[in-house]
Design a protein around this ligand. Sequence first.
Ligand SMILES: CC(C)(COP(=O)(O)OP(=O)(O)OC[C@H]1O[C@@H](n2cnc3c(N)ncnc32)[C@H](O)[C@@H]1OP(=O)(O)O)[C@@H](O)C(=O)NCCC(=O)NCCS
Length: 184
Amino acid sequence: MTDRLNSSHEQASGARRLRLRSYTLADETAARAANESMKSDGSLFLLDWNETTQWPQWLKTINEHRRGLSLSVGLVPAVQLVADVDGDIVGSVRVRFSLNKELERTGGHIGYGVLPAQRRRGYATEILSQALVVARSQGVDRVLVTCFEDNAASARVIEKCGGVLEDVITIEHDARGLRRYWIE
Ligand SMILES: CC(C)(COP(=O)(O)OP(=O)(O)OC[C@H]1O[C@@H](n2cnc3c(N)ncnc32)[C@H](O)[C@@H]1OP(=O)(O)O)[C@@H](O)C(=O)NCCC(=O)NCCS
């Protein structure tokens, strides 16, 4: 996989300039700010991250996870990419290259988020479209994506990208139904 992942899929909207790419040392300040801004709706921007983590160490960790190394219990090989529009961070995405039992039930292959200030511009739809290319480049042909029932925006994103609803399940400690979609 190259560091800069360009998709041939481009929308007619401003999302066509969006690129998924690897995080770099230069992203630290913007990525920390992005992580903070996502907390307002309880979402995570960076995974396997906390405020005390040194940025270079986090880059090393996610690079290892991408190669299937140093995985804690419950983790699978995965890549975390940043969504960049003309040099600005607008969102993030995690693409898992396989599923364990729990991920097959709840987490799915792909998780994404768009910064609150950047929403409703088609970015999430573009992020998922490009993430599907990443997943397929890793041999994942059937992609599981999930969202809670009260997340109309995410459900719409998944359906626009070809998601077919498998079922709606209940999970522990959450009253909301979880919608499970497969994209082929
Ligand atoms: C869900 C999320 C990723 C959507 O990002 P976005 O960039 O605003 O989405 P898009 O602009 O691509 O919009 C996709 C569709 O959802 C619709 N939509 C966007 N926000 C919406 C909202 N709040 N309510 C209803 N529909 C909404 C858009 O109108 C569009 O549909 P359309 O093409 O038919 O008009 C973003 O709100 C987010 O990051 N939320 C927090 C994290 C999260 O929920 N991630 C997904 C986990 S499953």
